[in-house]
Design a protein around this ligand. Structure first.
Ligand SMILES: Cc1cc2nc3c(=O)[nH]c(=O)nc-3n(C[C@H](O)[C@H](O)[C@H](O)COP(=O)(O)O)c2cc1C
Length: 191
């Protein structure tokens, strides 16, 4: 059973990206994956500082996050777009996790693991100006970012009360991201 880690790069209580990631996670589960929904607000990490790292080593939550990332074979990430880029919250966490001190070979938490990226925004561009930048960064971390993405525009009008998507086509496309990652993990494990 493929183990997939799904999270929104937002700590906002009513985050649209959290709603979107849950739809993608459902797609992965429907394809047979064991999905963990990670809440970044439960693992606050300080802004990276090389002096602090040298003096105190890895912060406790970075070590905990490293274990969580290590235990999963694929990722689903839904990110807000901030000023056409991805948020510092996400960059800071992944930069910490890329440090050699997390143990194992460099980037082993990420390398050769499939990942789908998506975005949700109340705006009309749906975060699509940010997604190529996020893809580029995750590729540097050696994740296998699948070609398909989803940018959900007008996210504040996109969900029903129960978290399902109003537009069945959008629902299918977002679930397909989860399904693709789940299937790719299985294929890679068999190769
Ligand atoms: C600093 C900042 C910059 C933002 N820049 C953009 C932007 O470039 N494009 C966009 O669509 N929305 C932008 N927004 C609005 C976010 O899409 C909106 O806050 C969204 O709800 C964040 O995602 P979340 O609901 O998952 O937290 C910005 C918000 C903030 C706080």
């Amino acid at each position: 059973m493929p183990k997939i880690l799904a999270f929104a790069a937002s700590t906002r209580r009513d985050s649209w990206n959290r709603k979107l990631i849950r739809v993608a996670a459902q797609g992965a589960q429907d394809a047979g994956a064991d999905v963990t929904l990670l809440e970044l607000i439960e693992y606050p990490v300080p802004i990276y500082n090389a002096d602090d790292e040298k003096e105190h080593g890895l912060p406790g939550n970075v070590a905990k996050l490293a274990e969580i990332f290590r235990a999963h074979e694929g990722f689903l990430i839904s990110s807000p777009e901030y000023n056409n880029g991805y948020p510092g919250l996400l960059k800071n966490m992944l930069d910490w996790l890329s440090r050699p001190g997390v143990g194992g070979p460099p980037l082993s938490l990420f390398a050769n693991k499939p990942c789908a990226i998506m975005a949700a925004s109340p705006g009309k561009f749906g975060g699509v100006r940010m997604l190529p930048q996020l893809r580029q960064y995750l590729n540097v971390l050696q994740m296998l970012v699948i070609p398909q993405v989803y940018g959900l525009a007008l996210a504040d009008q996109a969900f029903n009360e129960d978290g399902t998507m109003k537009d069945p086509k959008a629902d299918t496309a977002v679930k397909a991201l989860g399904e693709r990652v789940a299937k790719l993990v299985v294929k890679l494990a068999a190769s």
